[in-house]
Design a protein around this ligand. Structure first.
Ligand SMILES: Nc1ncnc2c1ncn2[C@@H]1O[C@H](COP(=O)(O)OP(=O)(O)O)[C@@H](O)[C@H]1O
Ligand SMILES: [Mg+2]
Length: 369
């Protein structure tokens, strides 16, 4: 998958921008606060219909009332025109000019893997950051995951509301709780198994990628649902989850809340068997997240038949010159990458030979070579 062209109108600090990308490596160079991240953010919005760092309204240029992001994407020799329009009241997504109202019909038109300096929070931050990450990735590779996940959330909300009713009204119908619980178990097990499969696949690559881009340590991630299953076989999981809900039925009613299920999932990074959150250096943590992101590429390829576009923001900070070169070499030529940095002074000329280099100067981008 390749993004060929990006067109912005009144998006952040870009009044108007027309930008052609190179099919492989693109490097955007510029000082701080000139608008490098804004370009990656625009592509992220074009892909996921929202920005990870900001609300929709902050994307519109100051003192303007609308913004447009348009992109031309090439997949399997077919050009696709994508568009996300904002005004102060609503957002519209379009594919080839047609408005698409269901988000699951839009997502996966442009697949991206995003890396930003905030991603250190994937290691340091709370579990919901890691769950959001999994959801964002899995939604891109499976419509089925996205719709099951949405159904799960609806059932979860209903179940929580009903648990609250049971708390105050002892005459309320307990059968209804059982009906919702059975439906919830169905969706929960699908989500657990999808996440488990994904994390297993990440673990097939992550350690060797970490060695290539950083150092000779073994890295792995451990999936940690808050229910311990004796196996990941569907039937077994359904039975075991159902019995958890039965066992803790009173406890959940006392809390008025569903305490078990994939909405409480987490995962942990281990470097040489040690929790990297506690024992890892800042540099190791950053490299671990990068290795994680890179290990998702073959999974996207396997599940969707095409590689995603890499949007890597400010990737060289905190890496020494040698590691910067290793990383760029690893990213290589088989995938389109759009990378931002303040400078490429440590990068070997040979690695930049086939890349397009752009300079960003407040609200404008020019191709240098
Ligand atoms: N809604 C907006 N309208 C106009 N300018 C904005 C808006 N949001 C952010 N900016 C400007 O964008 C710039 C920051 O852009 P960013 O892409 O984060 O910079 P960097 O090059 O450091 O990555 C700042 O100058 C900020 O004032
Ligand atoms: Mg930035």
């Amino acid at each position: 998958m390749i993004i060929k062209h990006l067109s912005l109108l009144q998006f952040r600090n870009y009044k108007r921008l027309e930008l052609d990308f190179h099919p492989t490596m693109n490097i955007l160079i510029g000082d701080n606060a000139v608008g490098k991240t804004n370009i990656l953010e625009a592509i992220e919005v074009l892909s996921l219909t929202k920005s990870h760092r900001a609300s929709d309204s902050s994307l519109i240029m100051y003192h303007k009332s609308l913004a447009k992001i348009k992109g031309t994407v090439l997949v399997d020799n077919i050009l696709r025109k994508l568009e996300v329009d904002y005004d102060t009241v609503q957002k519209k997504t379009k594919i080839n000019g047609t408005v698409i109202s269901r988000i699951s019909d839009y997502i996966s038109s442009l697949n991206v893997i995003v890396f930003t300096p905030d991603d250190i929070e994937i290691i340091k931050g709370s579990p919901n950051i890691r769950r959001n990450l999994l959801n964002m990735e899995l939604s891109q590779i499976s419509k089925n995951y996205l719709s099951t996940y949405n159904q799960y959330n609806k059932l979860l909300k209903t179940r929580n509301e009903y648990l609250k009713i049971l708390l105050t009204n002892h005459l309320a119908d307990r059968n209804y709780l059982n009906v919702i619980t059975e439906k919830l178990v169905e969706k929960a097990v699908f989500i657990y198994r999808y996440r488990k499969e994904y994390i297993d696949k990440v673990n097939e690559n992550i350690s060797s990628i970490f060695k290539d881009i950083h150092s000779f340590f073994s890295l792995k991630i451990q999936y940690e649902p808050n229910v311990s299953f004796s196996s990941y076989e569907e039937k077994v999981m359904k039975e075991e989850l159902l019995s958890i809900y039965q066992k803790y039925s009173q406890k959940e009613q006392n809390y008025g809340m569903t305490l078990y299920g994939p909405h409480r999932d987490d995962f942990t990074f281990y470097l040489n068997e040690k929790n990297i959150k506690i024992y890892g250096s800042q540099g190791q943590q950053k490299a671990a997240v990068l290795a994680y992101k890179l290990s998702c590429i073959p999974i996207f390829l396997e599940k969707t038949g095409t590689r995603p576009v890499l949007l890597f923001d400010d990737i060289f900070s905190e890496l020494d010159g040698k590691k910067q070169n290793k990383l760029l070499k690893y990213i290589g030529k088989d995938i389109q990458s759009i990378i931002t940095t303040t400078d490429v002074k440590n990068i070997r000329k040979s690695l930049l030979k086939d890349a397009a280099i752009f300079t960003v100067i407040s609200g404008n981008v020019e191709r240098k070579m």
